[in-house]
Design a protein around this ligand. Structure first.
Ligand code: ATP
Ligand code: MG
Length: 201
């Protein structure tokens, strides 16, 4: 059990292509410009990859999905512990997915053992209208994005809400929905900065 921490963990989730990274980059820039102080941004998938690589298990990110599930879970847990120890005395923002769509169904990105290690203060769901997300994905040629129908996107977002509340029940954290509508990323970023400030109090 870690000692009482001075820092905080701010978990930011949202389905792929909703604009988490876009909103967080703008929010961090705005926070920095207003003299907010140090905020560490950590991408959960990157922390997991670094851990797997340092154990000599993989050489690239795509090999992670082929690891035995038991090992994947172990890496998922140690990534959570690494992030939590970073948050002992800092504000850590974690860019992650609440659910991962797999051929076998939705896999929780924050199962109980992860959320208990992270102990987030706030869980953010970045959302947009399903039609907006479908449009962004189709325009985003820089990424190899899964194809989901508008109805599938709607269901994916609804299940993320349910999963977020389940996490909050375990940890007592709050859940905040931030809307990132088309052309409104700056507004979503401003709302995110307000949360950073509230968390510092
Ligand atoms: P992933 O989970 O795959 O990392 P993400 O949630 O981080 O995805 P981004 O990469 O930030 O999503 O954004 C996906 C695409 O949507 C990008 O092309 C981005 O420019 C665009 N986008 C993000 N927010 C908005 C917005 N408010 N209006 C219009 N386009 C947006
Ligand atoms: Mg991203």
């Amino acid at each position: 059990m870690l000692p009482e921490r001075q820092g905080s963990v701010f978990v930011v989730t949202g389905i792929p292509g909703v604009g988490k990274t876009t909103v967080l980059d703008a929010a961090l820039e705005a926070a920095k410009a207003s003299g907010f102080g140090e905020v560490v941004l950590m991408n959960y998938g990157t922390v997991m990859f670094e851990e797997a690589k340092s154990r000599g298990l993989v050489e690239n990110r795509d090999q992670m999905r082929s690891l035995p599930t038991g090992i994947q879970r172990e890496i998922q847990r140690s990534a959570a512990e690494k992030i939590a120890s970073e948050a002992q005395d800092k504000i850590v923002i974690v860019d992650t997915h609440m659910l991962i769509r797999t051929p076998e169904g939705f896999l929780p990105g924050l199962p109980q053992w992860v959320v208990e290690a992270l102990r987030p203060n706030i869980i953010v769901l970045v959302e947009a209208f399903p039609e907006e997300i479908a449009g962004r994905r189709s325009k985003d040629v820089a990424r190899d994005r899964d194809v989901e129908s508008v109805e599938d996107i709607r269901l994916h977002q609804e299940l993320c809400r349910a999963a977020a509340m389940a996490c909050a029940e375990v940890t007592g954290s709050t859940v905040k929905i931030i809307m990132n509508h088309d052309g409104k990323a700056e507004e979503a970023a401003a709302e995110t900065v307000k949360l950073f400030k509230a968390m510092k109090r």
